[in-house]
Design a protein around this ligand. Structure first.
Ligand code: TYM
Length: 338
């Protein structure tokens, strides 16, 4: 089997990055850039699969790019990209489309959830782009022949499909692609604050998420109103989902000892939720205040951001052009002068 040890992961420009994105995936990006060849960035083309406004897409794409740097990515240590600037992603996507059975796409839970959402909102149609979303994701990864993909648990099914596509390509045209595997953090699924049985997600609404760059007062307010106790627990469950989520967040902020001691209080029946919430709010504020400051600095220097985008695009295209040229040869397409 082919291995490359190259890491790739991308994020949608959905407005502000939330702590679910950070603890589930981005914190891992920050660690991996120290030890691996890494490519990270923003998927503006994926954001077009749901109804969108051009001005909002433009602004959110740039904001998420800046947020990745503010969250700790260093453009000297990793390659940072905006998906649509590298046309080889969509070129490879087409070739992969022709290798993917539509039945596989219909089984994707994210497709089912998002198409329910579109239908629920009324009027809009479910686009072919939404159906095809995971094939573009496979192309995002394999255009760089990356084999390690730091993501949250919700993306595991998409990665299974990416592996399937790589296998099908290799079987049909010769061994060329590695089979990408997910890299999960301990907090692979951060739950909503207001409804801890659901995954934290921007689409649930503002009270469900904590933005990584939110003001201190707002972080404290949201954590204070988080749901901790949700009544009787099912058989075999010893910690309520809300409390478990708070403890996961604490551990992700490197507060293992505090989490341990609060868990002991919980088991002994002596935990005061107000103490748990205060510990979580303190940990989040401590973690995020320097990121907030860094983001404000970055926003003041648009020329620097433009330069990082140009550099990242050039570095990424060196790899993507090489891959597409090889793929064209393997699949019988004519050679193209790049
Ligand atoms: P997206 O933009 O929804 O989320 C970005 C990353 O954050 C993770 N994540 C979470 N992790 C833990 N708990 C949560 N509540 C939570 N919410 C989000 C996601 O798992 C993801 O890692 N399809 C992808 C974007 C994508 C991609 C790719 C990822 C496009 N091409 C290629 C990897 C490789 C997505 O929508 O992520």
């Amino acid at each position: 089997m082919i291995t490359t040890n190259r890491v790739l992961s991308l994020i949608q420009p959905t407005g502000d990055m939330h702590v679910g994105n950070y603890f589930g995936a981005v914190a891992n990006y920050v660690r991996l850039q120290e030890t691996h060849e890494c490519i990270f960035g923003v998927v503006d083309l994926h954001a077009m699969t749901m109804p969108f406004d051009p001005a909002v897409l433009r602004a959110n794409t740039r904001q998420m790019f800046i947020d990745l740097i503010a969250a700790g990515l260093n453009p000297d240590k990793c390659t940072l990209i905006i998906q649509s600037l590298i046309p080889e992603h969509t070129e490879l996507c087409w070739i992969f489309n022709c290798l993917t059975p539509i039945g596989d796409l219909g089984r994707m839970t994210q497709f089912k959830d998002k198409s329910d959402q579109v239908e629920g909102e009324g009027g809009a149609f479910i686009s072919a782009g939404l159906f095809d979303y995971p094939v573009l994701q496979a192309a995002d990864i394999l255009i760089y022949r990356a084999d390690q993909v730091p993501v949250g648990k919700d993306q595991v099914q998409h990665l299974e499909l990416s592996r399937e596509i790589a296998r099908r390509f290799n079987y049909s045209f010769g061994e060329y692609f590695p089979e990408p595997a997910p890299l999960l953090t301990e907090a692979a699924k951060v739950m909503s604050l207001a409804d801890p049985e659901k995954k934290m997600s921007k689409s649930l609404g503002d009270k469900h998420t904590v933005g990584l760059f939110e003001e201190e007062s707002s972080i404290r307010k949201k954590v204070k109103t988080a749901v901790t106790d949700s009544g009787a627990l099912p058989e075999g469950v010893t910690v309520s989902p809300g409390v478990a989520n708070m403890l996961t967040i604490l551990k992700s902020c490197n507060k293992n000892d505090v989490a341990e001691s609060l868990l002991n209080d919980y088991k002994a029946g002596t935990l005061r939720y107000v103490n748990l919430k205060e510990a979580v709010a303190d940990a989040l504020v401590e973690l995020t205040s320097s990121m907030r400051a860094r983001r404000a600095e970055l926003m003041k220097d648009p020329a620097r951001i433009d330069k990082i985008i140009t550099q990242g695009t050039a570095a990424a295209r060196q790899i993507s052009r090489e891959t597409i040229s090889e793929v064209r040869k393997l699949t019988g397409l004519p050679e193209r002068a790049n």
